[in-house]
Ligand binder design. Sequence first.
Ligand code: ATP
Ligand code: MG
Length: 229
Amino acid sequence: MSPDFTPDAPLTLALSKGRIFEDTLPLLEAAGVHVTESPDSSRKLILPTSDPGLRLLIVRASDVPTYVQYGAADFGIAGRDVLIEHTAQHPGGLYQPIDLNIARCKLSVACRADFDYAGAVYQGARLRVATKYVQAAREHFAAKGVFVDIIKLYGSMELAPLVGLSDVIVDLVSTGGTLRANNLVAVEDIMPISSRLIVNRAALKTRGARLQPLLDAFERASTADAGTA
Ligand code: ATP
Ligand code: MG
């Protein structure tokens, strides 16, 4: 099925449930849009909103850029972490106008408390790095001049150093609670992470008049929030 760009089809916003959905609700409210159903209780993958011209598509966080790039959604909300990995495979496919300053955390290097990370780096040791964020990790260690073997995982990175799969992990950290619970420590910050608005390039051209007021409202609401989030 080809993407639906007919002028009166509803605008479709792709986002993931969980923290991005929760943090997006106030931005939608600021644009005058109410969402009455929750993706957890309704189990629907397409959620209506109070605006008949706008619907939400609930997809896996790492799938959001794909839906938007192919035009199955007009726009979407995705973490900088996800966008770095997607853009490495599909450069230039998405327009990224606004940092929404939501779902904020850090991408960090972490290891077992008894692993001498600074010493290993200083001695030029080859490091085994387990991560879901292959591109960001590769770039980080290349910039430091550290040789790495990257081991791609899809979840529960914290386990890897505990069972000898890797020396370090590259993962998202917010409170550090998950690291502490597994006797890991963050030893280096790579970059701050927040979620951004992404827009399908064709939709921007053909449906810009309907998209722009929403983009403007999101931008105003996210700027107003930036200091307090
Ligand atoms: P899944 O949990 O389904 O495997 P995921 O981990 O990519 O997928 P979420 O945990 O919902 O999905 O994270 C979605 C986005 O929220 C991430 O891409 C990241 O930008 C952001 N995020 C992840 N963890 C945190 C956190 N601890 N604090 C704040 N933001 C976070
Ligand atoms: Mg997660």
